[in-house]
Design a protein. Structure first.
Length: 215
């Protein structure tokens, strides 16, 4: 308990940092994932090619390598002076977007093709059909895998601690360097991650129940 009480401000900052980077990168991943999923099912070949390339590259690239590119290549070429928090959020968001894309695409494939054909017969465009007809019906199927993806994103955020981002892993490193026993430090870090992941699971369970009622 002393390791927590003596350094509670640092632990609090690390916890808030993990929650913040998880929230920001989740929004980035969700927006990009849904957009790229639309590309993947688009009737336009260049968009389908871009979506396939996006998913293939990001899903098969180690996340640590994406962090290295984000921190040591992007600032040199595109955006010098960008904060470590933003760079880490972008790396996490881009990486996770590939997995969200595939989850959304799988959900879209569960919607009967007749729904899209009926929308086209009414004169709706592809984007209108996807946004107003297909995605709302696919949401029920997509929610369970999205929950697992966002929980994985939370755990992946620990990599940001190695790149000067304030989060729980950084607090663990600080405590270890100060000579505290590793077991209680990891116990508190694990407890903090459980709080975050259980919260995410609870939110998605609530959403699933609400969607079941709507059905």
């Amino acid at each position: 308990m002393n390791v927590l009480l003596d350094h509670f401000p640092e632990f609090r900052d690390g916890f808030i940092g993990t929650v913040s980077i998880t929230a920001v990168s989740s929004v980035i991943a969700l927006l990009l994932g849904v957009l790229v999923a639309g590309f993947r099912v688009s009737p336009v070949p260049p968009l389908r090619f871009f979506g396939t390339l996006w998913v293939t590259l990001l899903r098969n690239t180690p996340l640590t390598l994406l962090f290295l590119v984000s921190f040591f290549v992007i600032p040199e070429i595109l955006f010098p002076g960008m904060s470590p928090f933003v760079l880490a959020s972008l790396a996490l968001g881009f990486y996770t977007s590939a997995f969200i894309c595939e989850a959304v695409r799988s959900g879209v494939s569960t919607v009967p093709i007749g729904q899209a054909e009926a929308a086209r017969s009414l004169g709706m465009t592809f984007s209108q059909t996807l946004r107003m007809i297909v995605l709302p019906q696919a949401t029920r199927t997509v929610l369970p895998p999205l929950s697992s993806i966002f929980i994985a994103l939370t755990k992946n955020s620990a990599i940001a601690g190695a790149f000067s981002v304030t989060e729980l892993f950084g607090w663990q490193t600080l405590m270890s360097e100060q000579g505290y026993a590793i077991a209680p430090v990891f116990l508190w870090v694990a407890a903090a991650y459980l709080v975050i992941t259980f919260t995410i699971s609870g939110i998605f369970r609530l959403l699933e129940r609400r969607m079941e009622v709507a059905r």
